[in-house]
Write a protein that binds this ligand. Structure first.
Ligand code: PA5
Length: 360
């Protein structure tokens, strides 16, 4: 691809979503440092008289702000279950045995504010993670520690700083150990892919970025992303990024569960009229059983799909592989938008929905 044609593609990225992905390795330790500023206050929110760790860590957050809840147990060994709540209500079982963290980049998300109020009511909230808004105001009023994120990004583009902050809060509560190593490993994995994309832009002579090649092949396909174990969370991140950046439908699923239902659904995939593409996110140190399932399913559904792309992790740790596979999805989703000639950043429909809800 010529420098000029890459230039004209990248011109659609007016808010520099590509730059946001490139900043991911730096975001991770930044988020951790921000949480560490409040380490003592957060630790004090768990008295510890019920045990070394809370029974569960409940993380409330939607969309780009909620993804950290999925990624934390994917990347790190957790000493208590991390439960993601993506809705208006805390589950009834959440009591003083548990601790709740509310994450909202804008601080204005109604579901997360609702969970925050319920968590305050039950005296179980450990911290909030936000740039400001109503969530910060309510946290300050209630005396809840607030990890303050840098503003000016899209929530989904702040995944590194959100993850780092959540990991720091989880560490302060005793839910994960050796947080610095976890974050370093995530940085190493993200850097593997970012490095392949820095140096391939127009300022470096126009060699085609690898994710652009994948995006060209996936363009105008209905995409299904399959993960397993820790890459199940990453498959959901891919889906959300293809939706929000690429502005097309995308679906996520996970092995081995998909072998018990989705596999059959491929039989008449062609009847939908769509051209289907499969993205396979092999997990770190995949067991023979899981690898066999990826291989056998791929061959069984070969007639139903137009294309399949398999991503084998190269990182040397599970945390690294999580962020390596995630960054591939971030880049591919951005190039899907750029190939369509649109800016990946705006999410006008989300704002329209929120505006209409506010009017009710
Ligand atoms: O990417 C987005 O803009 C959305 O997924 C938001 O993250 C989601 O609507 C929740 O908003 P916030 O992250 O501000 O709580």
């Amino acid at each position: 691809m010529t420098t000029t044609s890459i230039d004209s593609l990248i011109a659609h990225d007016t808010s520099d979503m590509l730059g946001a992905v490139a900043s991911l390795p730096a975001q991770l330790p930044d988020g951790l440092a921000r949480a560490n500023l409040l380490r003592t206050q957060v630790a004090e929110r768990w008295a510890g008289d019920h045990g070394a760790t809370p029974r569960t860590l409940v993380v409330c957050g939607m969309g780009g702000s909620g993804v950290g809840a999925d990624l934390l147990p994917a990347a790190a060994d957790v000493l208590a279950p991390v439960v993601a709540v993506k809705g208006y209500d805390l589950p009834g079982w959440v009591t003083d045995e548990d601790r709740v963290v509310c994450v909202s980049y804008s601080g204005a998300t109604s579901e997360t504010l609702s969970c925050f109020d319920q968590a305050v009511e039950r005296s179980v909230v450990a911290a909030v993670i936000t740039t400001g808004g109503e969530l910060l105001a309510r946290a300050e009023a209630a005396g809840v520690p607030a990890v303050v994120l840098p503003s000016g990004m899209q929530p989904r583009a702040a995944v590194g700083v959100i993850f780092g902050a959540l990991a720091g809060v989880a560490d302060a509560l005793g839910v994960i150990e050796d947080v610095a190593t976890v974050v370093e490993e995530c940085v190493a994995g993200a850097t593997l892919v970012v490095d392949e994309h820095l140096g391939t832009g127009p300022e470096h002579g126009g060699e085609a970025p690898p994710a652009l090649d994948f995006a060209r092949r996936l363009h105008d396909h209905a995409i299904v992303v399959s993960g397993a174990s820790h890459t199940e969370a990453v498959a959901h991140r891919w889906k959300a990024q293809v939706n929000e950046n690429g502005k097309v439908p995308c679906f996520a699923s996970a092995y081995p569960e998909l072998c018990h239902n989705e596999l059959v659904g491929w039989e008449f995939a062609g009847a939908t009229g769509a051209r289907w593409a499969l993205v396979e996110l092999l997990p770190f140190a995949a067991s023979e059983a899981i690898r066999a399932r990826f291989d056998i399913v791929r061959s069984l559904i070969a007639d139903s799909i137009d294309l399949d792309l398999r991503f084998e992790p190269r990182a040397s740790t599970r945390a690294g592989a999580t962020f390596e596979q995630l960054v591939w999805g971030d880049y591919v989703s951005i190039y899907l938008a750029l190939l369509r000639g649109i800016d990946p950043t705006p999410v006008e429909r989300i704002h329209a929905l929120k505006a209409q809800l506010a009017g009710r």
